[in-house]
Each structure stands twice: as C-alpha cells, then as structure tokens.
Design a protein around this ligand. Structure first.
Ligand code: GLN
Length: 280
C-alpha cells in the first residue's frame, strides 16, 4: 500500500471513531512512522510502505482511534520554547500552563539567583522552562511518583539543566527541605465527581493522580498552599494553577495562610486559571 492510500484509510478509521482532528492526526502519525516531516509525506504520496512501516502505522492508528492522545503516541509535546519528552506517567503539558512561566518572567525580570520549588513537577515543563530562561536560578522539583521523576530527569538532561535542578520523590506533606523565593504548582485540581466529564482522551489516558483533586477539587491545593506558606521566604512569590471555579475558595485559602493575592489571570478560554500571590 502506498502512503496516500494508507492515510486515506486511516482518515476513515479515525473519523468513524469520532477523532475530530483525523486529517491532521493521520498525517502526523505517518510522519512518525517514517521518521520524516509532513512535507515529505505530502510530496511522496506514491511511495510504497514496506510491511514493517505499514504495521507500525496501523498500530499507531489503532491506538489513536481508541482515543490515545497524539502527544503520547509521539512521546513529546512542545511547551513554552522547548519540546519535552513525555509518556503516560505524566500529564501532557497544556498551553494554559505557560501562564505560570509568563508570570514568573514578569515579576523576576531584574531578579537573580532565585530558588524555585515546583510542587508536583510532572514532566518538568514549568520548572525547566523557567530555569532555561533565567540562567542563574536554581530549581527543586518534587513529585510523589517515581516514574514521573524519571521523565523530568530526562528532560532536565536534554535541556542541559541537570546541574541547576534537584528532584525529590516526596509527598508534599513530608517535604521540609529548604526555603524558596518562588514556589510554583499545577496540582491535581479536578473535582473527583467531575472526572468522568473530562474528554475521553484525558480521562482514559492521562494519569488520574495528576488530575484528581478530591472532593471539590481542592484537597491537594489545600495541602500545597499550607505547605508552601512554610517553605516560602517572606515576600516570596507563589504561583498556582487552579480550576475555572476555584477562584474564591483558593483566594480565601491563600489569605488565611498569609498570602497577598497580586492577580488572577484567565486562560485562553477566558477561565480563571492562574493565581499570583506574595507571602507577607
Ligand atoms: N488542566 C487539566 C485538564 O483539565 C487539569 C490539570 C490539573 O488537574 N492540574 O485537563
């Protein structure tokens, strides 16, 4: 079968399985199969796939038709200015989360040597993007999951940041190491009851541990805020991602833990998403 016919039949298959981006996805997965860019694919439609290529492509299309996100199939995702290695042990980096990087760069324009802690570091995309932008900042990332830490260590290495970042396997409750100028976190914040309403690509494939915020979605945020108030220096900044409906509750929580709210930013869908605060 040639490239064009394989893509055509993949389109049909993905469409039948309600994959909205079927045209793009079938081309991207062909690029992945042949390890060539999309331009090559479109210019060489008549080239015949060998058996191994055909089987690999079919396998990728099978997985995509079951809803597995493209980012997991490719094993990478672009975030801020870099491509990050990912696998299904970590949440796929979201463009909305770039708000944390943006806000960090804004407040720290003239600051140097800040110590940064990322609670629930995941793929490392937030912390490592900040460290790449700010050449003398030092990073610490913690995560409860061992497998996740493997991923962020690989990313740190690939970006040449291993020397400026330390990773610890730890639950937030048990972490008491150091004092930080900046704490960032994108904790699990989806209400347990609402998990089932997430897109099937999300709920069937992304780690529930990184999404499930317990009842009201606020259980993990509560722990993160409380602990951050102990780990942060006076006048230190705390930047947190929240769910669309948590602005009031989280503001109250922050105030009760000695934080002043500088601003709450909206994401691309105009939902409240990112809280910037300062420890008084
Ligand atoms: N923004 C993610 C989603 O809704 C959730 C991330 C999180 O819980 N921290 O898909």
């Amino acid at each position: 079968m040639n490239i064009q016919d394989a893509i055509k039949s993949a389109n049909k298959r993905l469409k039948q399985n309600n994959i909205k981006s079927f045209l793009l996805d079938s081309e991207i997965l062909m690029s992945k199969t042949l390890n060539k860019d999309r331009k090559y694919i479109l210019l060489n439609e008549k080239i015949i796939l060998n058996k191994c290529e055909f089987n690999n492509y079919k396998n990728l299309i099978d997985q995509r038709s079951k809803g597995k996100p493209i980012a997991y199939l490719l094993g990478k995702k672009f975030f801020w200015k870099d491509e990050f290695d990912i696998n299904d042990d970590v949440l796929i980096p979201r463009p909305d989360t770039e708000l944390i990087v943006e806000q960090t760069l804004k407040f720290s324009k003239h600051k140097s040597k800040l110590k940064v802690l990322d609670i629930g570091v995941g793929s490392g995309c937030i912390l490592l993007s900040i460290l790449k932008e700010k050449k003398d900042f030092l990073g610490t990332g913690i995560d409860i999951d061992e497998k996740t830490l493997k991923v962020c260590k690989i990313n740190a290495f690939k970006l040449g940041l291993s020397k400026r970042v330390k990773f610890f396997k730890s639950d937030i409750d048990n972490f008491t190491f150091g004092k930080y100028d900046l704490i960032i976190s994108n904790p699990p914040y989806i209400n347990k009851i609402d998990l089932k309403y997430l897109d099937r690509d999300v709920i069937n494939f992304e780690p529930k541990m990184a999404l499930n915020g317990g009842l009201e979605g606020i259980s993990e945020i509560r722990k993160v805020v409380k602990k951050s108030s102990e780990l942060i220096k006076r006048n230190g900044k705390f930047i947190l991602e929240i769910a669309f409906d948590q602005k009031n509750k989280v503001s109250k929580l922050l105030k009760n833990n000695g934080f002043y709210i500088n601003k709450i930013l909206k994401d691309y869908a105009k939902n409240d998403r990112c809280v910037v605060s300062t420890k008084l």
